[in-house]
Design a protein around this ligand. Structure first.
Ligand SMILES: [Zn+2]
Length: 306
């Protein structure tokens, strides 16, 4: 399997604690680095976990609450100081463009690398990035200000050419590519090998969905149905259900309910309120509804599994 992993850089909520930074995550898909949210402290986390941040070409910001983007401006300047050349693609609520422009203006700065801004606008699920082997889509969440979730998906997994066939018929590299694209094979004696006889079905595509911040909202279920790993915020436990709803956040039980109804394989909960020094009550509550739940921790790195 090709690389597809997630590193949590910040698992806390509005204010940083000793153990938790505000929201930020790094997705490595087929050696492409995607940054999702960029709370304060994200750059320090890059240093701590040896992440080569200059390799990040796409940044996704879910919404404009400070704990999800106040680390971004510093990072944009660091790229500048590093002499970055590659285009940086930024997918974010449209007002962020003005905020960045203002900050550049008052410091009389012009970034030396191209910054391409892609405003998030749709109230439906839409593909916002399509690369050769993966895609990213955004979909609306329900929060106190416009907020989007993201799905990172593998695409175009091709059938594998059978080993026994390769050893026997020794196809060239070009022929192997043609076969995995669906072609039949004819050997030097004119014998035809049908594509389905000489290939194994492709490995299923994996997917990861990010939902932070949001109140309990079943309308997102069709968007995240059957994803392999779901990150869903769980700021509070049920004990604070009312506070949670007032603040447009979710409880651990609600996050787990979404995971169960969407038939995902694995749930990661995070964005814990600073009042929970230990995530155990949150994880216990979530597991009562959805067993395969883990708690986000800063520095936690996991592979997205089938
Ligand atoms: Zn928020």
């Amino acid at each position: 399997l090709k690389s597809f992993s997630l590193t949590i850089l910040g698992s806390g909520s509005a204010t940083p604690t000793k153990l938790r930074n505000p929201s930020s995550q790094l997705v490595n898909i087929h050696d492409n680095l995607l940054l999702i949210d960029c709370g304060e402290g994200t750059q320090m986390q890059f240093r701590k976990y040896n992440i080569k941040c200059n390799r990040i070409n796409h940044i996704f910001i879910s919404h404009l609450h400070g704990d999800h983007y106040l680390g971004l401006m510093g990072l944009l300047f660091t790229f500048h100081l590093y002499g970055r050349k590659n285009t940086l693609n930024l997918y974010a609520p449209e007002q962020l463009a003005d905020i960045i422009e203002k900050q550049l203006y008052v410091s009389d700065s012009q970034l030396i690398y191209p910054l391409k801004f892609h405003p998030l606008q749709s109230d439906k699920i839409v593909e916002i990035l399509r690369a050769t082997s993966y895609s990213v889509s955004s979909f609306p969440l329900k929060h106190s200000i416009p907020t989007w979730g993201f799905i990172v998906k593998e695409i175009n997994n091709k059938p594998k050419v059978k080993k026994s066939f390769i050893e026997k018929e020794k196809p060239s590299i070009k022929e192997k590519i043609d076969i995995s694209n669906g072609a039949d094979f004819i050997n030097s004696e004119g014998i035809v090998f049908k594509n389905e006889e000489i290939t194994l079905p492709p490995v299923p595509c994996r997917s990861y969905a990010y939902c932070s911040d949001t109140m309990f909202d079943e309308s997102i279920i069709p968007f995240i149905q059957n994803v392999n790993t779901l990150y869903h915020e769980a700021t509070f436990t049920e004990e604070l259900k009312e506070v949670s709803a007032q603040k447009n956040h979710s409880t651990a039980l609600e996050a787990a309910t979404i995971a169960a109804k969407a038939n995902v394989k694995q749930l990661i909960i995070g964005h814990f309120s600073a009042r929970y020094e230990d995530p155990l009550p949150l994880i216990k509550e979530a597991k009562s509804v959805f067993e395969n739940t883990i708690a986000a921790e800063d520095g936690l790195s996991i592979d997205i599994l089938l």
